[in-house]
Design a protein around this ligand. Structure first.
Ligand code: FEO
Length: 411
């Protein structure tokens, strides 16, 4: 069974010669681009792909920072061999055991059987559970240091960002933070690795979508890590996904700080489901009212927009308006999925309103309104219509709802 699964995932991978990219005199990028996988964690869309990052530090000790996803392990190992020749790897630091970073580990061990695996105790349990690996593991404690020659690492635990075994490491000579998934983003690296060589705007957009969908539930643990990082002077951030951050590291840390505090910018996101356009027409009226107050209005049809982008936009803005017809005595399923994902992530501090329509018995708007109250949002009175908007009065009520939500977001 295991062989069949690996075969399925790897059928499109062919062997190709790959080359490491230099980040500094001693540090190399030996990670990989994944342009084939369409769904991260088998559910989050990857329109611009993703990277699995790995870094090689060459000093008196040779240290590899994390492995990559199994289908790409040979590609990464080929890069490492080109840098090292006959030299061996002494340490592999494992910051995070989620399989996008660990499933290739047996392939690395086949080439470098003597390298020591350095990780937290919780990570060691996962190595045994996932891969049966128990030998040559060095577990470290919070604040412990490891000398590599002229470079020295200090380990910083980051539990629940976004798994419990996660740690980061800080290299004191070059002031590099190896940040695990932290400060990561979706999007491949198209020819360059370091931020100053890239147009970073697409990466920032994909960073927000990455944060919200992968880390979004864990705002408090992210804030706890920020408190620890305040003690460190950081010149370079080497994350497990996306660019190496130097020039724009403060902006990137700002993105994670803002999102993990659940702060929303001024603006309104309107999400609706609509089978026959009656609820959609209500959404249009609300959008017009909101636009009287703010330029930042986004309308999503939950049946068409990518749900990972919908919830990213809801994290981005302060106003959240959601509409649904009553469907089988409940919320329309595509809308239900959106509110469930938001509730699951515990998004706080929103101005909220519900709206919708029904044909013979209303229920969806009541349930959506209860969702807003359960989340302790600032809830504006909901609006529900029978069949469809009937005229100017209905239009004006919905227009006013949009205006009111937008005004509250401004204050
Ligand atoms: Fe990139 Fe949580 O794995």
């Amino acid at each position: 069974m295991e062989v069949r699964i690996i075969h399925y995932l790897c059928t499109k991978i062919i062997y190709k010669k790959m080359f490491a990219q230099k980040i500094s005199d001693t540090l190399y990028y030996v990670g990989v681009n994944d342009r084939k996988n369409e769904l991260f964690e088998r559910m989050i869309s990857l329109p611009h792909g993703v990277t699995y990052n790995s870094y090689l530090l060459v000093d008196e000790k040779v240290t590899l920072f994390d492995s990559v996803e199994i289908c790409y392990a040979e590609e990464s190992i080929d890069k490492i061999r080109r840098v090292l020749g006959e030299r061996k790897v002494d340490y592999m630091i494992l910051h995070h055991i989620e399989p996008d970073h660990s499933s290739g580990i047996r392939q690395y061990l086949a080439v470098y059987p003597d390298m020591q695996l350095v990780c937290t105790k919780k990570a060691a349990e996962m190595l045994q559970g996932y891969y049966g690996i128990t030998a040559n593991i060095k577990t470290v404690d919070e604040g412990e240091e490891l000398s590599l020659g002229s470079h020295k690492l200090k380990f910083i635990f980051a539990p629940m960002v976004h798994w419990p075994e996660v740690m980061m490491s800080y290299e004191q000579t070059e002031k590099i933070l190896f940040s695990a998934d932290g400060f990561g983003c979706f999007h491949t690296l198209d020819g360059a690795v370091v931020d100053k060589q890239l147009n970073i705007e697409p990466y920032i957009a994909e960073m927000e979508r990455y944060y919200v969908n992968i880390v979004g539930k864990y705002g408090l643990p992210v804030q706890n890590v920020f408190k620890k990082l305040a003690d460190y002077s950081i010149d370079t951030i080497c994350s497990l996904h996306g660019p190496v951050w130097q020039e724009h590291k403060d902006r990137v840390m700002g993105v994670y700080d803002r999102l993990s505090k659940y702060e929303g910018a001024e603006g309104v996101v309107i999400v609706y489901g609509s089978m026959y356009s009656h609820t959609e027409a209500m959404a249009e009226a609300i959008a017009c009212g909101a636009h009287e107050i703010t330029k930042n209005v986004i309308v999503h049809d939950a049946s068409k927009s990518d749900v990972s982008q919908i919830i990213t936009d809801i994290f981005r803005y302060k106003g959240f308006v959601v509409g649904s017809p009553t469907y089988n005595g409940a919320i329309y399923p595509r809308v239900q999925e959106v509110v469930e994902r938001i509730e699951h992530r515990g998004l706080k501090n929103r101005v909220f309103a519900a709206f919708g329509s029904f044909t013979w018995a209303g229920q969806a708007v009541k349930l959506l309104n209860e969702f807003g109250q359960r989340m302790k949002y600032d809830v504006v009175d909901p609006i529900e219509v029978k069949h469809a908007m009937q005229g100017d009065d209905d239009y004006n009520r919905l227009y006013s709802l949009g205006r009111e939500v937008a005004l509250k977001c401004k204050n």
